[in-house]
Write a protein that binds this ligand. Structure first.
Ligand code: SF4
Ligand code: SF4
Length: 288
């Protein structure tokens, strides 16, 4: 597997507003996500814990799934959610605030973008650090292994150029977890659906509060790998710590959200896009 990522970041940006075709690979009728985020990066339990320990819980957000009629479900706020043993299943991923980015040679455009992507250089701020998610490190290896289309190919089709230079699946994948192996390790079960009254509505509207997101961070770190069980004390400690997070990531999300136009709108050409984030504490990026 070899990819040409310079000037792309297609897998880090929600580029649907500037795509000539409909991009719906995440929403094809089986356990559709409740939220509208594009390419949410699912974190492992250990990664959620590392972000929490680093004070970056405010960079994370949960994803619930709509029930497909064939799976177990539980209804909260009028939504039928995919569930196991009566608890809604969820991932924890990275937040995507609007940022002024110019992927594929475009002029700066307001597009929802991973909090860790430098909007100017289109490089990942946590690449090579202990925070770098295994799913990002693998990408697009999991798709190649499962013989599924990659974001690189979608970008090539829409904007030309060569992105996927070698499509041989890698021999090793760090973040691959399917079926029961994923339970409590990457796919979690929220133990008490009643606690999610109101939260699910806000999640569906893309308007979660810090307290909502902290509930899921707590439940993820309290989860026992390989099971649906959640240690209530660990979860509560995790929730409280998540709620205390006050990181550069939260400050950057606030700063860009305040300035943002609508998704797909032209953004002002400004020379300080990296600095705006780094002044708030974002780590600088490395050269390609
Ligand atoms: S879509 Fe492919 S080429 Fe583009 S940044 Fe992601 S991995 Fe790299
Ligand atoms: S963590 Fe880095 S590589 Fe992963 S989606 Fe965010 S910016 Fe992209």
């Amino acid at each position: 597997m070899r990819v040409n990522c310079e000037g792309c970041a297609g897998c880090c940006i929600d580029w649907r507003p500037v795509a000539p075709e409909t991009l719906d690979h995440e929403r094809r009728g089986r356990r559709d996500p409740l939220d509208d985020t594009y390419n949410l990066v699912p974190l492992t339990r250990d990664e959620v814990k590392t972000f929490l320990d680093e004070g970056l819980a405010d960079a994370m957000t949960p994803r619930l799934f709509r029930a497909d009629g064939r799976t177990n479900s539980v209804t909260v706020d009028g939504y039928d959610l995919a569930a196991i043993d009566g608890g809604p299943v969820f991932y924890v991923g990275l937040r995507k605030p609007p940022k002024p980015v110019g992927p594929f040679g475009l002029d700066p455009t307001w597009l929802d973008t991973c909090i860790f992507l430098d909007p100017e250089t289109l490089r990942c701020r946590i690449h090579g650090s202990e925070l770098y998610p295994a799913t990002c490190g693998d990408y697009p290896g999991q798709n190649l292994t499962l013989d599924r289309e990659t974001e690189c190919e979608r970008v090539e089709r829409s904007y030309g150029g060569e992105r996927l230079l070698d499509d041989d699946p890698p021999e090793k994948l760090r973040g691959f977890a399917l079926g029961p192996q994923a339970l409590g390790a990457k796919l979690f079960v929220y133990p008490d659906p009643e606690e999610l009254t109101g939260v699910v509505d806000r999640l569906a509207d893309g308007e979660t509060a810090a307290a909502d997101r902290a509930l899921f961070v707590g439940a993820a770190v309290g989860s026992r790998p390989g099971t649906t069980a959640v240690d209530g004390e660990k979860a509560e400690r995790g929730r409280k710590r998540a709620l205390e997070a006050n990181s550069w990531a939260g400050a950057v999300i606030e700063a860009w959200t305040r300035r943002a136009g609508r998704p797909g709108d032209d953004a002002e050409v400004r020379a300080d896009r990296s600095e705006l984030e780094e002044r708030r504490g974002a780590p600088p990026t490395e050269e390609w």
